[in-house]
Design a protein around this ligand. Structure first.
Ligand SMILES: Cc1cc2nc3c(=O)[nH]c(=O)nc-3n(C[C@H](O)[C@H](O)[C@H](O)COP(=O)(O)O)c2cc1C
Length: 202
């Protein structure tokens, strides 16, 4: 089994979203110790923004250079398509995903490659597979009385669904700005939910 682990926090391996997505990976490995994990770090400038040729390829079917972003896109799509399970660790930035994760999405959501556009609208190309998403946020965005809008989960459902990935499961550590005690509580509640989810699959 191949697991693709995509992480995007500017705080790297000490980040909360990395900790949470690594906990999810740990549970997956407990269920299948022979699984292979591919780590795709997209934070900072790890992946350049899409270039002119790529942008042109999205608006017409003219032949464009297959180098630059088109080549980068092909690598990222093949990596995604080789995965049986995808795990994404992401913080919430301004109510949605960080710009770095959006750059990865711009490369993998490519017309005439991972989705098509026709009379019936957009149709997906990739086969479905489980996608686990570990989210961390400074404030709360779910549950009763969320203090802010959530465009992160709605956006990921829409854009990953467009390319064929519908089996999304979200876990979140919310309120990392609310002090060490609140963070410890949120972490242990979420870690328990993750463990319960994967032990039910055993
Ligand atoms: C640019 C930026 C924007 C942020 N926007 C939000 C936000 O809209 N809502 C929120 O709850 N937290 C926001 N935060 C706080 C982070 O979500 C929070 O610190 C999170 O725990 C960081 O996770 P990480 O350790 O995985 O990077 C923002 C942080 C940054 C750096």
């Amino acid at each position: 089994m191949n697991i693709l682990h995509v992480t995007c926090s500017p705080r790297g391996a000490v980040s909360e979203s990395y900790r949470l997505s690594s906990h999810i990976i740990g549970q997956l490995l407990k269920n299948d110790p022979t699984a292979t994990v591919i780590n795709r770090v997209v934070s900072g400038d790890a992946i350049p923004q899409v270039d002119e040729h790529y942008a042109l390829s999205q608006q017409s079917s003219v032949d464009v250079s297959q180098e630059g972003s088109m080549a980068q896109s092909e690598v990222l799509i093949n990596e995604l398509d080789s995965a049986d399970i995808v795990v994404i660790g992401t913080p919430m930035h301004n109510f949605t995903v960080p710009a770095a994760l959006k750059v990865w999405i711009d490369h993998i959501a490519r017309v005439r490659r991972t989705f098509n556009v026709g009379a019936q609208g957009k149709t997906s190309v990739l086969r479905d597979r489980p996608v686990y998403i570990g989210v961390s946020s400074g404030g709360r965005f779910s549950g009763e009385n969320p203090r802010q809008p959530d465009f992160l989960t709605t956006y990921l459902k829409a854009v990953l669904g467009m390319i064929g990935l519908h089996a999304l499961t979200f876990f979140s550590v919310e309120g990392t700005a609310l002090g060490p005690q609140a963070v410890a509580q949120a972490r242990s509640k979420t870690d328990e939910a993750v463990e319960a989810h994967f032990s039910a699959l055993r």
